[in-house]
Design a protein around this ligand. Structure first.
Ligand code: AMP
Ligand code: ZN
Length: 428
């Protein structure tokens, strides 16, 4: 049932002791990099001065800008010990680069294998990895984890919808790793080919890399006949395998032996109480080549204080509500794109994709929401479509408290790339 029972079910007190020990080791190790040697000295922090886990608060935060500016100054070892690099997807400016030693790659693969195993993946499973192979960590990160676990691994990579379906059929894939927006998008190709994904051998899907709602998960589960598990990670903390759902499908276990998580109020930077949304701040506890201390992710989620019935003691977080920098301010109202998705994906008439465009007309903010409508509803008469448009508008107004301009469009007509979905275009 567990990949590593002694770690996964370690009593909370012991886990905290392990974290403190590893935090000290990491601070010592980080101090060997030019960047942190200076940072830690300025802040007057040394490994030995950390007496409890709360002392982590004395360490300065690290931001994306710090990583960009520091580059290889973050390395704790000579380049001869570095065997790989990855980069963040760079949705917010220049990508940040992360370097790994051989041991870092192995430790990361073990965390991914642990995560996959937790959901019931076993040797003998056929794993189709539909994530980009390359600088993005989603592809190779899962690839190494799946091989370590003992899956027959299909390195399908991203995109090429028809081929994805052929691969699933030809090799009897049982487990998929797929971006959630792409999972819905791919359904149109299944329909064109006259293939029902539920007739294939699929039983599990890992969905992650972008924010998505419970409604989206349910849609994917129904359409594919699988259990879909939320997978969270970021390149700055290795990549996938940072926090992951267990069979309870209720929040993601943070692997606390490898990552120290703080959830903080993004304005005051004080810890938020359990259940309250805040920014995730992570510290590597086992990384060798490029440990990062107190990394401000901008990702928003909350601690779940309840113990999990699965028996794992590593605490859970809610699904990611979005990024601090994703928040839209429209007519003075704060809106997260995920709120729009929750409304749209709860409506059976709505198809796979939607796009939000913000413009300014006569000095006023206007939110346009383009919504793909399922083929069978799009066929209906004009009066039906008008009433549907009205219903969508009202549902969005109830959630957002502003009235968007809703435009219904044909299925599969909104732009769709291979990677993370772009949901918002701000033209203001
Ligand atoms: P990258 O920099 O390419 O490693 O992307 C990491 C970012 O993707 C995270 O900081 C999140 O913003 C987002 N992300 C990854 N997994 C999830 C997930 N399961 N739910 C929501 N957002 C995610
Ligand atoms: Zn659990």
């Amino acid at each position: 049932m567990y990949w590593n029972a002694s770690i996964e079910t370690m009593p909370a007190g012991k886990l905290k002791e392990l974290q403190l020990q590893r935090l000290k080791d990491t601070v010592r190790r980080a101090g060997q990099s030019p960047f942190y040697r200076q940072r830690l000295a300025q802040a007057g922090v040394s490994a030995d001065s950390l007496r409890s886990l709360e002392d982590v608060g004395r360490i300065p935060f690290t931001t994306k800008d710090d990583l960009r500016a520091a580059g290889r100054e973050m390395l704790t070892c000579p380049l001869t010990e570095i065997v790989r690099l990855h980069a963040s997807s760079g949705t917010t400016g220049q990508a940040t680069v992360i370097y790994y030693t051989r041991q870092d790659i192995a430790a990361w693969a073990d965390l991914v294998a642990r995560s996959m195993y937790m959901t019931g993946v076993r040797p003998g499973d056929v794993f189709q990895n539909m994530m980009g192979y390359g600088l993005f960590t989603g592809g190779l990160g899962f690839h190494y984890g799946a091989e370590l676990l003992g899956c027959l691994t299909i390195p399908a990579g991203a995109g090429n919808s028809l081929r994805q379906i052929q691969l699933m059929q030809q090799f009897d894939a049982t487990v998929l790793h797929i971006i959630p927006s792409y999972a819905l998008y791919l359904l149109a190709t299944f329909t064109q080919r006259g293939v029902d994904p539920r007739d294939l051998n699929l039983r599990i899907a890992f969905i992650g890399a972008e924010p998505h709602t419970e409604e989206m998960r349910r849609r994917i589960e129904e359409a594919y006949g699988v259990k879909a598990y939320n997978s969270y990670g970021l390149s700055e903390m290795n990549g996938p395998g940072v926090a992951f759902e267990c069979p309870e499908q209720s929040g993601m276990h943070v692997w606390e032996d490898a990552y120290l998580l703080e959830v903080v109020n993004p304005r005051t930077l004080e810890p938020t109480p359990p259940g309250e949304i805040g920014e995730l701040v992570f510290t590597n506890l086992t990384r060798q080549g490029m440990p990062i201390l107190r990394y401000r992710t901008r990702d928003l989620a909350s601690w779940d204080p309840e113990p999990c019935p699965c028996g794992r003691t590593h605490r859970r977080i809610s699904r990611i509500q979005g990024r601090d920098d994703d928040m839209l301010i429209v007519k003075g109202v704060n809106i997260f794109p995920i709120q729009i998705e929750r409304v749209l994906m709860a409506m059976p008439e709505v198809d796979a994709n939607y796009l939000v465009e913000l413009t300014r007309e006569n000095f006023n903010d206007v939110m346009h929401v383009k919504v793909e409508v399922r083929e069978e509803f799009f066929q209906e008469d004009l009066r039906y479509l008008q009433s549907l448009q009205k219903r969508v508008t009202e549902a969005l107004r109830n959630e957002l408290l502003i009235t968007p301009k809703v435009e219904l469009v044909e299925p599969s007509t909104l732009p769709r790339g291979e990677g993370k979905a772009v949901r918002v275009v701000d033209k203001r």
